[in-house]
Write a protein that binds this ligand. Structure first.
Ligand code: IPE
Ligand code: IPE
Ligand code: MG
Length: 256
């Protein structure tokens, strides 16, 4: 818990937290370093936040690590990011296993270098039994491509006569996304002060609470994460209902 703040309500721990880990480059440049130093520092935030999420009982943590659009960055930066990803997978395997964390990945993984794909597959297989938390890395991920991919998959089923167009509803559609089987995120955190989704979880974020902090990702550690969760716990999620309806559902006397 942060200084001068309330402890978290264990009844209101979000089930699924997703994070747009942004600001690594600026963190490094402000220190006169090359951008890639920021990615190295950001990897430590991933460790810290993952550990705390697991301790708090968050069941799903999804981290936006590399977007489809990030392929347009300089080749050297991409190579460093891929090397850091491999190093991260090797270093964290035992911690994931010890803590019953299952690694997952979403995105167009076929675009990743073969060595990365291999390491990912091995880590996913080696942690598959982890029942306490799913740690999902969004890699070569784009929300629009994910939706297009789902549409193609459904269209193929219709064309094959397995489905009629009327069989397609939101629940069936969601089962064709990369996130099939995962609950929608309760909270999306974005670091570095940018108020945008940058093509992250477009379908899944329909009713997600959004939290933006100016803190750059390499500086986002325990206290910043706890602050985000405290602010989340103060939100009232209404899903289109009135405040009175929500309070009745929560078993409270409606306010007049
Ligand atoms: C986020 O940090 C990491 C990735 C997108 C891979 P950035 O590299 O985008 O950092 P800024 O936004 O340039 O500071
Ligand atoms: C979003 O950050 C992608 C990741 C955090 C991996 P970007 O830095 O790529 O987003 P924009 O370009 O500022 O929207
Ligand atoms: Mg950025």
């Amino acid at each position: 818990m942060t200084d001068n703040s309330k402890p978290l309500d264990p009844q209101k721990i979000p089930r699924h937290v997703a994070i747009i880990m942004d600001g690594n480059g600026r963190w490094a440049q402000r220190r006169g370093f090359h951008r890639v130093r920021g990615h190295v520092a950001g990897a430590e935030s991933v460790r810290v936040v993952t550990r705390l999420a697991r301790q708090l009982g968050i069941s799903y943590l999804t981290l936006f690590a590399f977007s489809e659009e990030n392929w347009q960055r300089p080749g050297m930066e991409i190579r460093v990011l891929m090397a850091l990803l491999r190093r991260y997978l090797h270093r964290e395997l035992s911690e994931m296993r010890d803590n019953q964390i299952a690694l997952k990945a979403i995105g167009d993984l076929s675009q990743l270098p073969e060595a990365v794909q291999r390491d990912l597959e091995q880590t996913i297989a080696a942690t598959a039994a982890g029942a306490r938390m799913d740690l999902t890395l969004a890699l070569s991920y784009g929300g629009r491509s994910e939706i297009v991919h789902a549409v193609q998959s459904l269209a193929r089923e219709v064309a094959a006569g397995l489905l009629t167009p009327e069989d397609i509803d939101a629940a069936r559609f969601a089962r064709h996304l990369y996130t099939a089987g995962m609950p929608d995120p309760d909270l999306i955190i974005r670091t570095s002060g940018e108020y945008r989704l940058s093509n992250f979880l477009l379908w899944q974020s329909a009713y997600t609470e959004l939290y933006v902090t100016e803190t750059l990702w390499p500086d986002f550690r325990e206290n910043e994460f706890l602050t985000a969760l405290e602010i989340y716990q103060q939100r009232q999620r209404r899903f289109g209902l009135t405040q009175e309806q929500i309070e009745a559902l929560n078993g409270k006397e409606p306010r007049d």
